[in-house]
Every structure is written in C-alpha cells, then in structure tokens.
Write a protein that binds this ligand. Structure first.
Ligand code: SF4
Length: 510
C-alpha cells in the first residue's frame, strides 16, 4: 500500500520494535475502508481515535471509574494467569504526535534552551547496520558494507560537531551508548573517529559510562583496542544463548566455544562486560536455559547479564519460520513464566546481585547507568540514523532512511523526523516505570499520590497484593516473582490509571 512521506514519518515516531506492527494495523484498517493510499490525515485520525479510548476494557462514564479492568485475577497461579498476555514491552505515558514540521521546531527550541544544571543526561548513537540478520530481531535495518560504514561514521562526526555548537551540546553527559544494529561492526578507525569527536566536542562527566553494544562475530581485537583507547568502559554483547545449535538456528555464527573465548578475552580488559541472554526461544527447553545460566556463572568471567523474554513480533522472520514449520514454536506464556522464575532462582543461587528486574551483576563494574537513566525518563540526546531520544517531555525520532539522514547532516540539519509531546503526567509514569523496574513500589512519593490518584492507586495496589503480585515491604510494596514477570503489564495499567485520573480528577471510584 502507498504511504505519503508525511504518514511514513509519523510511523517513524514509534519505537522501532513496534513500527512493523503499527504499520500493518494501519494498512489493515485502510484496506477495510477501501483506501488505496495512506495519508497523514488518515494516520492522525486513527491516533486521535486511539487517544480517545479509555482504559482497556474500562467503563468510566465521566462520573464513575470502574477499577475492575486494572485488577489482576485472584483465582489462579499469579505467575501464569494474573493478566491476559499482551505485547506491551515498555511503560509509556500517552502523548501527542507532532508533524515533521512541529518536530523540527521542537528540536530547534530544545537545542537552543539552556539545559537544566545537574539534570542527568545521556547520548545515544545509533549504528543502523548489521553484517547479517538474526531471525528474532525487529531492529535489522541495513546490510553492512565497509564503504557505507565509513561514510556513516563521517556523518556521525559531523552531527556530533553540530550538536556541540548548541547549548544542549555543552551540558555534561553521564552516559554514552552505541546501540544498533551492530556497533561492533564499525571499522576500528571509524569507531575511533566517532569516539574522538565525542571527547573533542562534548563534555563527559568524570565517571561517565561509555557502552559499545555488539555481537561476537566480527568483533576483532583491533576493534576492542580502538574502543578502549577511545574511552569505552563497558561492552554489551548480545549472546542470547550459549547453545551452539540454538545460536545457529537464530542466525548467530559463533559457537559456544567461540562465544566463551571471546567473552573471557573481553573480560580481561578493564571494561565492564555484560551480555544478554534470552528465554523463550524456539527450541529452547528448561534444560537448555538452565545450562545457559550455569555456563554463564561457571565458565565466563563477565560482570553482568540481562535476562530478557523473547518478544513476539508479528510478521518477523522468526514468526514466519515458525508458521512454516522451519523453526519450533517459541515458549508460550506459561512456559515463559516458568523460564523466568527458573532464571531468578538460578541467579539468586549463584549469588549475583540484582540491579533491577532483568539486570544482574557479580562485579561492581556493571553499573547499567544508561539503562537506568533512560528508564527513569532522564534526557537522552539522539545521534544517528534511526536514533530515538528524549529531552524533557518530548520524545524525538530521527529519520530511519539512510539517504535522508546523510543528506540532512550534510546540509547541517538535525535529522529529526517526528516527535511525541508527552502528556503532563509523564513524570509520574516515569517514576512508576523506574520503581517497577527496580522491583519496589514506594508509591507514596508519586506526584499525584496525595491527590485524586491516592484512592484508586491504593485500591489497585492492595488488589495486586491479594492477587500475589506484590508483598508489603519497607513502607511500600516489593514485586513478587509473579509481579516481576508481569511488571510491564502492571506499569501499563498504572500509566492508564494516572491518565484517567488526570482527565477526570473528580470521578468517583467503584
Ligand atoms: S545483530 Fe543485533 S540488530 Fe542486527 S539483526 Fe542481529 S540482533 Fe538485530
């Protein structure tokens, strides 16, 4: 189906992981309505409809708020049946999508404004290339080539220099994160050039965390050297599984033996090394998952790990392979819950320290500073094609089209394609998301807790405690293992509740 450029840039305002899903949804509604092309007016109208919706399944009437849709089931195992499964991956406050012109103006205003002193801040640099595509991944954008990588690195340097000429670019940075795509696919000299541009033009806090994300194959010792010489002090490696057969079925080339040798070599440097492991993969059993965790603990000397659940991405290569019988099915909800609980149990038995629900460490070098900043709504400046960031109450999204990006930077324009102006209550939602991520709800400190939100909030949290998702602790609530598994769904419900009470502060609760 044909999309107008304006409509397409509105889709780019969504996080990359959900763009394909939104796109298919919009196209299916357009097809139902007999449209041959999708305009920005059509997308705006759909979004207005969505923003007009009340809490999922809710029945607010303007005078009464029914809390039942926010409650969890109390008549089953909370780990497997507290809520219906959803595709929620993040807790977001609602917001108003800006047109590309409004987004450009919002950025111009943002970069000119004097940044608030003392406010934590990070820089996100997106590398939208991979040498090959992993079947489970929604983030693949462009195939890597050395020529394209060199030209792209030069554009990043220029964008960093342009940022440095603004007041925003002169505020100290607490964290820098190279994400992708595959940043470890950059040529060593290109990575050095980008790191030098950061050090020469921007201000890093004394203890700034500088992370290079990547994978095992293609990350050679000379890249490690360039990274360390340029100030990288943290490597984040997507391992997903140590099981060689499982890795190969996902499109990963390195064997278990190669993966272990690589990680232990990296861990011998002064930098922190953290990896991702995924549970719920097609063909992964409880035994292979537990074997992965034992391998992590016993056979690596790395400092931290993030344990993530495989997310379903409708229309992804993996889903197509599963549908065509070329891959076994991924874990269902009950199996994923069991794998999650087994992961928690194993990490506790190994004695690793838990920083937040997915993040574990056995060495203080793993700080996870960038992740904590982003999860708590701190400012994050986007750099690169397809990068997303946030300053204050505005989320910015840079164009995902490589040609458009290179041309914009060449012309000295910030390549922002779209933006979302977050609702006023976003700081409360940020705080909820950060507390959920850490596994403890202080609740009483939330901005609206003393206002109209207090009664419904108390009622929902008390019901979740009865349902086995929370337990009272330290004047608030700790998330149980079941609560940890459902934390994103809980956060989405609380975000909707905050929004509901903002819109109808005088509503009665029933
Ligand atoms: S390397 Fe990373 S970004 Fe690229 S396809 Fe694989 S998982 Fe996705």
């Amino acid at each position: 189906m044909n999309w107008s450029p304006e409509a397409m840039s509105m889709i780019e305002a969504a996080p990359p992981a959900v763009r394909p899903m939104i796109r298919r949804k919009v196209e299916s509604i357009a097809a139902e309505r007999g449209l041959a092309a999708i305009s920005s007016e059509f997308v705006t109208a759909l979004m207005a409809d969505r923003h007009g919706e009340k809490a999922q399944g809710g029945s607010e009437t303007g005078t009464e708020l029914d809390l039942a849709p926010y409650f969890a089931r109390e008549d089953g195992d909370p780990l497997t049946s507290a809520f219906e499964a959803t595709n929620d991956v993040h807790v977001f406050a609602d917001g108003q999508t800006l047109t590309s012109g409004q987004a450009a103006n919002a950025w111009a205003e943002t970069e000119r404004a004097e940044p608030t002193a003392g406010r934590p801040r990070s820089l996100y640099i997106h590398i939208p290339f991979c040498r090959s595509r992993c079947v489970f991944c929604p983030f693949y954008a462009n195939r890597w080539s050395d020529e394209a990588g060199g030209e792209y690195a030069r554009a990043l340097v220029r964008e960093i220099e342009q940022l440095a000429e603004t007041p925003l670019g002169q505020a100290p940075l607490d964290a820098v994160y190279f994400g992708g795509g595959t940043p470890s696919d950059l040529a060593p000299e290109d990575l050095s050039a980008v790191l030098a541009a950061i050090h020469d033009n921007l201000i890093l806090a004394d203890d700034a965390e500088v992370t290079l994300e990547g994978r095992i194959s293609g990350h050679e010792p000379d890249l490690t050297r360039s990274a360390l010489d340029g100030g990288v002090n943290r490597f984040s490696v997507g391992v997903q599984s140590f099981n060689t057969d499982l890795r190969r079925s996902l499109g990963r080339k390195a064997s278990r033996k190669d993966a272990l040798a690589f990680l232990n070599r990296l861990a011998d440097t002064q930098a922190a090394v953290v990896i991702d492991l995924i549970f719920g993969l097609p063909g992964q059993s409880m035994e292979t998952w537990q074997e992965d965790l034992r391998c992590l603990d016993e056979q690596t000397s790395i400092h931290g790990v993030d344990l993530y659940r495989l997310k379903a991405v409708p229309g992804s290569v993996m889903e197509e392979m599963m549908a065509g019988g070329r891959l076994p099915c991924r874990a269902d909800l009950a199996e994923s819950a069991a794998l999650f609980a087994a992961g928690v149990e194993a990490m506790q038995s190994f004695g690793w320290e838990r920083l937040s629900i997915p993040h574990w460490r056995r060495d203080v070098r793993k700080r996870s500073r960038y992740n904590s900043l982003v999860k708590s709504g701190a400012d994050c400046i986007p750099i690169g094609c397809g990068a997303g960031g946030r300053i204050g109450r505005v989320r910015f999204f840079q164009t995902g089209d490589l040609g458009t990006y290179l041309a914009a930077v060449q012309e000295g324009r910030k390549p922002v394609a779209s933006a979302i102006q977050l609702a006023e209550h976003c700081h409360t939602v940020d705080r909820i998301a950060a507390e959920l991520e850490r596994g403890h709800l202080a609740a009483t400190g939330w901005a609206e807790a003393g206002g109209p939100l207090a009664a419904p909030l108390d009622a929902v949290l008390a019901q979740w405690a009865r349902a086995g998702l929370l337990s009272q602790a330290h004047g608030g609530y700790d998330l149980t293992v079941a609560g940890q598994f459902w934390s994103v769904q809980m956060g989405s419900r609380l975000a909707r509740l905050v929004q509901s009470m903002r819109e109808e502060p005088n509503v009665a609760v029933r």
